[in-house]
Ligand binder design. Sequence first.
Ligand SMILES: [Zn+2]
Ligand SMILES: [Zn+2]
Ligand SMILES: [Zn+2]
Length: 766
Amino acid sequence: MDLHLKNLFGRFQDQFGSGPGLGPGSGTCLMKVEGIAPNCIKSIYRAAAALYRTEPWKRLHPGHLFGIRVGKDSDWSNKKQPFPCAQFVGGDGGDIGIYMFRNENDGKRMTGSRETIRIPNVELLRVTFETESLMFPSNKKMIRSLSLEASGTDRFPVIDVTRCTTSGELWFRNPTLEELRFVYAFMRAISLVHPLLQVDTDGGPKWSRLLHFEPFIETVDVQWPPEMAKGNDLVAVTVSHPPGQVYDERASSTSHSTPTKYAEPTKEETFADVRMNSNGGLRQCATCEKEVHGDQSVCCGRCRAVIYCSSTCQKQQWKDTHKSECGLYKAMMEREEELAMKIFMFPCSADQPCKWLEALGVHQKGMWRRKCSCYSHCPFGLLPVKGGLWDLWGGLDDEEYPQDAPYHNHIRDGISSPILLSGWSEYYNLRSLPLSSPVADILSHPLTVYYILTALSISSKNRLLKGKEVILHYLGPEGELDWMPAFAEIGHLLNGSGNIQIVMVGPEVPTNLSGTTSGISSRVRVNLLRGVYQEEATYLPSPHVIIALNCVLDRNGSWSGALDVIKTMGFPAFFTDQSEISCANAKQVLRSAGLHITHPVTPNPFRSPVRNHSPSSNLPSYSNGFVFGAMEFPTYELSPWNYILTAPAIFSYPIIPENYVHWTQTPESHIFSADLPGVRKEEIKVEVEDSKYLIIRTEAVDESTIPGRSFMRKFRLPGMINIDEISAGYEDGVLTVMAPRSITRRGLLIDPAAVPERLEVLARAA
Ligand SMILES: [Zn+2]
Ligand SMILES: [Zn+2]
Ligand SMILES: [Zn+2]
C-alpha cells in the first residue's frame, strides 16, 4: 500500500473506527440515486469543482459552522431545510470535504478540535473530494462514462449520507434527489460567498488555531440547472456564520453600504509567487505605473491578474492592497474560458489594436477608424465619410457585413414583430454572415442596445411589440457617433413593428451636430445633444429606458449627477462595462448613489468577441462585456432579495433567467411585470405570502391541462406596500402586478382570473 493511501486510510479509521465496508467513498454512487439524470450528475460535479477551486479549506475549519437556507421551508419534505448546518473538514493536507448536519446542535456535538467526532445516530450528508485512485469501481465507472468534471487534478466529489450506529458501526446510503438539490444549491452559494468572510482580528484568544470571522450573512440567487428546476429557475440561498445570524442584525451593523471585501488566507505573511508574463506588447506596472515590455513584466502568481514591472513592486502592492483582493481577482480569472467566444474564425484578441486591424485588412478604414487611436485627433462624429456601406465597413467583402436591407422570411402569417435575438450565432445566421467576419466588434454597440430594449427591459419590449415608440436616453456616446450605419441595423431588427427614438447626450457630441435629428432608418431616429445629462434631462422627452455602454461608473466622477436623475425620476437604467472588476466597482457606485441593482451583472451575449488588454491587468475584458440594470428603490428596508453579488460563479449560467420578473416603480406604486405568453389567464396565480413575499406562478386549472408555460418566481416585496390594494392584470401575454406604496401589510390572494381584462381595472383582493 502506498504511503499516502496508508495515511489516508489510517485517518479514516481514527475518525470512524474500523468496520466492514469502511473506507473512502463508502460504496455509494450517484448513478444509483432514484430518478437521477446524467445531466444532473454533471451539474453536481461542476458545482463541486467550482467550489473546490475556491479553496475554502485554506481558511475554513470544522469549527467554522455555517447556517444554510435554500429557498423556503415548504420547498422541502417535512417543510424543513434538510441539512441547514455545514462545516468544512480537512484542510491540513489530508482528505477534504463538506459535512452537512440536520441541525446546528448536531454540528456542534460532532466538531472536535481537529476533525469530526463520531456521535451515534446522527446523520450527515458528506461531500468528500477523493482522489480517483481511492474511489470505488462504481464511481470510477460513472465518472468515465459521463466524462465528469474533475475538481482538482484527479479529485472527484463523492456524495453520501452517513450515520454511526450505537455499536460504533458506520452506515452509508445514497443521498436522495432532494438532498442532492440541497447540496447543489449550497455548493453554488458557498463558493460565491465564503471569500467574503472577513477575519475578525479581535475575536478569540491569540493562541487559538482557529481564525475568527466577523458575523456574516449573505443571500445569493442560485440558478437551478434545468434538470433540477421544479418550476422555478432561481432559488435564494442564504449563508450565515455563525449559523444563527439573521438579516436584521446586519442591517444595523452596516447602516451604510460597505464595499465588498474579499479576505484572503492570513496564515502566511509570505508573498504570492511571481510569474513571468508571456503576453507581448507594452504593459504598465500596477504599482509604479512604469511602462514595461510584456516579456519583462511579472504578474501575481496566485491570481495571474495584475501586472508589475518587478517583484519589488509586486511585494509592495501585495502588502498595500492586493492581498485582500487577490482571491476576487483569481475567481474572475477563472472565467477566462467561459467568456471567450469560440464560434468566430477571426483573431479575437486585440493586444495591439492597430496590428489586429491590419491583420483583418481594415486598419484606418471606415468605421474601424474608431477601433484604434490613429484617428483620435478627429472629434467623435466627424470622421470624413466618402463611399457607401462597403467603404464604411472598411472594404470587407460584400457578404461579410450586414446589408442595409430588411430581413426576409421573417414575417410569419403576415404579422410583423421585432426579431428576438439570443446571441451572435443567431444573428450571424439570420444575416447569413460568415463567422470569419469581424463586424460583431462594431455591431456590439447597436445590438447590445437592441438586446436591452427587447430582452432586458420588459416595458420597452412590450411597447415595441404593440408597435409603439420607445424613447431611449443614451448617455456618453463617443466612437459610436461615427457608427450610425451600424445602428441602422436596429431598424431592420424591429421588423416592421415599433419605433425607437435614441437621444444621445454627452460632452463628446460635437457642437455642430448638437440639436440635430437624423433618421438613420425608417424606424430609428437619433437626436444628438451636447451637454451633461443632468442639465439636459429636464428638457428631454421622458425616456422609457436609459442606457450607458462601457460606462466606467467608478472612474468618472461626473456620473453622480446622472445617477441622481435616474434616482429621482425613477427611470430604469442599464449599463455595460468591460470587466467584472469594473462592474463590481460600478455596483458600489450605484449603491452609494441610492440605486439598486434590478438586473444582476451577467455576461452580455452581444459583447464584442474581441478581448481587450488593459496595460496593467490580465482580467478578461471585452467591450460591452457585462450588462446590469439599476433603479431607485426605497432604502428603508434592507431586503436580502435585492442584492445579488458580483460573485463569480453566478455568471456561469444562462444569460437571462427565463422566468424573469421586471420591476419598475412610480411614486405611487411598484410595478412587476412578467412575460407569460401562451398561458391562460386562469392558470396564473399571484399570491402574497406572509405579507412579505410576492409569488407569481402558473398552475393547471384541472388535471387534464398543463399550463402553456411553467412559471414560478417568488421574491420579497419592497417595504411600505398597501397589500390590500395589490392588483394584477393580464394582457397580451404580459402579467402586470401593481403594488401601491403604503404603510400597512396583510396577506391575501389575488386572482387575475376573477377580474376584467383591462389593466386599468385591475384585480381586487379576493
Ligand atoms: Zn513597478
Ligand atoms: Zn493576485
Ligand atoms: Zn491604428
